[in-house]
Design a protein around this ligand. Structure first.
Ligand code: AMP
Length: 195
């Protein structure tokens, strides 16, 4: 059975870093909507042009567009055994769309690790990333908007997945290696049960 892992956490919690490591260890592709949008932006596709207007402001790209992009990505050959979803879903409506989508693939979410990091630490990390990576949406104003969007639209997903018994809280304020070990532990526990 395919394994779908949904990584939750605020911007700056370390989802991308961890998803890349998990991808290498578990052999499941990282599906990061932010990266997919940035790829489209770089290649100046219509989708990229549309996404840019939202990304530059730190707002969410409309659900229909985002869900269609994820459907397309999860339909690809390398996702047959599942995927590590990073940055999706980000709204309750995306979460419902993902449930429907996985039903189409005869799959379901296996586990939802939530990487928890205190707000103050998140802002510090994002400002540091802005210096190192030069991501255009890592400026102070956009960071504030992204945090607000996270609080208002994404945080409700914690309860949504907690009620389904899928949420596992991980302490994100440890070394990258320790966070990785906790995540692997949570995921492997589930894999033992479903395989
Ligand atoms: P990220 O790299 O995950 O921080 O995403 C960067 C930006 O891409 C976000 O601020 C949004 O504008 C857009 N984005 C990424 N994932 C989603 C999503 N699931 N729904 C809507 N917009 C998204």
């Amino acid at each position: 059975m395919a394994i779908y892992v949904v990584l939750l956490g605020a911007p700056g919690a370390g989802k991308g870093t961890q998803a890349k490591r998990l991808q290498a260890i578990l052999g499941l592709p990282q599906v990061a909507t932010g990266d997919l949008f940035r790829h489209n932006l770089k290649n100046e596709t219509e989708l990229g042009k549309l996404a840019k207007t939202y990304m530059d402001r730190g707002e969410l790209v409309p659900d229909e567009v985002t869900v269609a992009m994820v459907r397309d990505r999860l339909s690809q050959e390398d996702c047959v055994n599942g995927a590590i979803l990073d940055g999706f879903p980000r709204t309750l409506s995306q979460a419902a769309a993902l449930d429907d989508l996985l039903k189409e693939f005869n799959g379901e979410i296996s586990v939802v690790p939530y990487i928890h990091v205190e707000q103050e630490e998140l802002v510090k990390r994002l400002l540091k990333r802005a210096e190192i990576e030069g991501r255009s949406d890592d400026n102070e104003e956009t960071i504030r908007t992204r945090m607000r969007v996270y609080e208002e639209q994404t945080r409700p997903l914690l309860d949504y997945y907690r009620e389904k018994g899928l949420l596992v809280q991980i302490n994100g304020q440890q070394s990258i290696e320790a966070v990785q070990a906790d995540l692997l532990n949570a995921i492997r526990n589930i894999m033992k049960k479903v395989q």
